[in-house]
Design a protein around this ligand. Sequence first.
Ligand code: 2AM
Ligand code: CA
Length: 265
Amino acid sequence: MNPMANIAVRAARAAGDLIARNIDRLDRLRVEAKGLNDYVSDVDRMAEQEIITVIRKAYPDHQFLGEESGSQGDHDHVWIIDPLDGTTNFLHGFPHFAVSIALQVKGRLEVGVIYDPVRQELFAASRGAGATLDGRRLRMPPRRSIDGRLIGTGFPFRHPRHMPAYMDMFQSVCMRAGDLRRAGSAALDLAYVASGRLDGYWEIGLNAWDLAAGALLIREAGGMVGDFEGSENYLKNGNMVAGSPKLFHDLLKEIQPHCTPAMRG
Ligand code: 2AM
Ligand code: CA
């Protein structure tokens, strides 16, 4: 394995173990509101520190872009980390959340790791070397259409202005696909698309740390990811459509008619 992927796995497991140790002391956690419907706990912060400590020991000069902090450093190597994706689930004891760690080298995604500390499942990808779940190779079906499939999504609850357009997308996709799921962790949803537990996924207004690792996992498993114009800008604008190749295009077709000018570019 790519030595940087090894470090990412070590960091993800260390953060995941810390999160798991805190699941039964939720009532004693300090929780703060960061913004509209957006919370952070000590566990998010400690997990992020754990990740940074592990990576810094191996790569002292690399830069970090994290949900809870950032740092300056070597701009060629940027670690994009979400220490606890699905914080709302975690704070409710709803057992569906994950650690997400990606590495960008000169602007290109090189490594992506997503770890579910509840089920102890590890999803990992390195560019050009494929994607795995607990060491087993993941391959997405190339020619599957959207009809009768299971599609994941997330609500734009921090961007109420997108809600009307979102509800139109929801209706179009719902009428076409078999069923929808809204599980509350974008990173884990993308890992589930890569591993075939979901057939596709879309969401509006995410952050780079929610998406980066999952995007590489899906591409390395043979799937496609893009923004609502089908382009590569999803890490910047946070709009994401994902699925196996045919399904990706089917899903875009349902979503695009409802896009507003604010969702383009
Ligand atoms: P978080 O739990 O780390 O905040 C829920 O829809 C999923 O989307 C979670 O992965 C959540 O990450 C993420 N998310 C981040 N920003 C969001 C936003 N503005 N609106 C909706 N979901 C968001
Ligand atoms: Ca997140």
